[in-house]
Design a protein around this ligand. Structure first.
Ligand SMILES: [Zn+2]
Ligand SMILES: [Zn+2]
Length: 380
């Protein structure tokens, strides 16, 4: 009798659960739901360094951004980023009546989710002074207690010093953002020269969102400061960037790091091993762009020959881009310019006459100065 009732109970439970699966009163309509997946941005290692995808300038509701901190982590995870930093304004908190300000509050709220999703979350803040000198990001700050909030320009130096005292990595943000409205603001001003001379300035944001600050790249290169590119995002990433199309990425800094850790990111930033990546363009020191190009692009040995009457044989090669980066090449031949686009993860056919030993291209989708592209030589 007892055995029978257990059996009966089992049958009842099983049939109930089958029933529940079949119809709980809700029909799931998941066809239009975003699949849960993380994009992989494929960039091969460069000189044994991992190329980490980082955005070191972002805002949330805790200053003038429009999203909650964990949304930033979800975005970074989906897009395949390795490291992000919330850099809330020290001196500017327009939502303070609705959201209690705190420079590291967004960090605190998102750090668990970041850890669970394997996103490196780096403590940061944006020192927001009048322009000039304007805004500076301080990464790897320890706490937000002693950051100066008084906005008077007489305290600009003290505001920087407060971040220096926390042993942070400091870069000048969007140096040309007021060039059109504040005369003399987009110059290498004495305030910045003093910071640089006192080793309190470590990098320059040469790409901010959709803007390439051309002079700023030259300043960084001439002074051996780290080249940085960030979104400075306030909205949803999907609002500002058309990430619904494949291959679209946000503006970011590619950091060549020993490993995927905050310590290694800091070491790489201090050594200046970075390239800014925005739209189809790459910006940075010549050596880094050259190493990155050769890590991504390979030339096959000649695979086919055709005899031609005048110039000897024509040799055929394949040039392969093994990365998700985009390279646009130009070859000057007399007055003519041959263009070659190496789309992400793709191959193009190259030809050269048998007497040629090398082809020299300008990679016009790179900037090694505001007015100069990387030149590469393909040995045949
Ligand atoms: Zn700013
Ligand atoms: Zn900002």
């Amino acid at each position: 009798m007892r055995r029978r009732s257990i059996l009966l109970a089992l049958i009842t439970a099983t049939s109930m659960s089958v029933f529940a699966q079949q119809d709980d009163g809700i029909m799931q309509l998941k066809e239009f739901r975003n699949p849960k997946k993380r994009e992989v941005i494929n960039i091969p290692n460069v000189n044994n360094y991992q190329v980490l995808k980082c955005d070191f300038h972002m805002h949330t509701v805790f200053t003038d951004g429009h999203v909650w901190p964990n949304v930033r982590v979800q975005e970074a995870w989906k897009e395949g980023l390795d490291a992000i930093s919330f850099t809330e304004h020290v001196e500017y908190t327009p939502h303070k009546k609705d959201v209690i300000p705190g420079n590291l509050r967004s960090y605190e709220l998102a750090k668990k989710m970041a850890a669970e999703n394997n996103i490196l979350l780096i403590k940061g803040t944006e020192i927001t002074r009048g322009t000039p000198p304007g805004h500076f990001n301080a990464l790897f700050i320890q706490d937000d207690k002693n950051l100066i909030v008084d906005n008077s320009s007489s305290l600009d130096e003290k505001a920087i010093q407060a971040a220096v005292d926390q042993n942070s990595f400091i870069f000048w943000n969007h140096p040309g953002w007021k060039a059109a409205t504040i005369k003399g603001s987009y110059e290498w001003i004495p305030f910045v020269e003093k910071m640089y001379a006192e080793k309190k300035l470590h990098g320059i944001e040469v790409v901010n969102g959709f803007g390439f600050h051309k002079k700023a790249l030259d300043w960084a290169l001439d002074r051996n400061l780290t080249v940085i590119g960030n979104t400075d995002i306030h909205n949803l990433i999907a609002h500002d960037y058309d990430i619904s199309r494949s291959g679209i990425h946000r503006t970011m800094t590619l950091v060549m790091a020993r490993d995927r850790s905050a310590v290694s990111i800091r070491e790489a930033l201090e050594q200046g091993r970075t390239v800014a990546w925005s739209s189809n363009y790459l910006f940075g020191k010549e050596e880094h762009l050259r190493d990155l190009f050769y890590a991504c692009v390979t030339l096959s040995p000649a695979y086919h020959h055709t005899a031609s009457t005048k110039n000897g044989n024509t040799n055929y090669y394949e040039l392969t881009n093994n990365s998700d980066l985009y390279f646009e090449l130009e070859l000057k031949e007399g007055n003519a310019t041959k263009k070659l686009t190496l789309y992400p993860e793709s191959t193009q056919v190259l030809t050269a006459s048998s007497g040629q030993t090398a082809l020299t291209y300008e990679v016009v989708s790179t900037y090694i100065r505001s007015d100069r592209h990387l030149q590469i030589k393909l040995a045949l």
